[in-house]
Design a protein around this ligand. Structure first.
Ligand SMILES: [Zn+2]
Ligand SMILES: [Zn+2]
Length: 127
């Protein structure tokens, strides 16, 4: 797997943005190319997924066919994330960051008025 992504809800590994797992699928009356994360999220959680992008040091949150990248809750002993795992130091799960992530995710899946585009910091990417 070139770009492994770990589903934080069920623990399944899928490919992120890799042609091998991209399939055409009808979703919301549109036929689109979906990557491994989107396809898995559609099955796992009706489209709202949360994945750890192992190599990039980001958490990908999917919502309504779009994705947002949030900082990974895994940090080194100084509290710094290691995007791309370039420093290849030991990383620890920061429970505060992890809980904040879970809370953001719950809000975005349970509160219909919650607009992740506005509420979540980070960079939105088209999926
Ligand atoms: Zn899953
Ligand atoms: Zn694949």
């Amino acid at each position: 797997m070139k770009e492994p992504a770990l589903c934080l809800l069920c623990g399944t590994y899928v490919c992120f943005a890799s042609p091998c797992c991209t399939r055409q699928q009808r979703f919301l009356n549109r036929t689109m190319n979906h990557g491994g994360c989107t396809l898995h999220a559609n099955e796992c959680t009706a489209g709202s997924g949360v994945f750890l992008l192992i190599k990039h040091g980001y958490v990908l949150v999917l919502s309504r066919g779009r994705g947002i990248l949030l900082p990974s809750p895994y940090v080194d002993e100084h509290g710094e994330p290691d995007p791309g795992l370039r420093r290849s130091c030991r990383l620890f799960l920061n429970h505060g960051k992890y809980e904040r992530l879970q809370q953001q995710y719950r809000e975005h899946t349970t509160n219909p008025a919650f607009d992740p585009l506005r509420e979540l910091p980070g960079r939105w990417i088209a999926m």
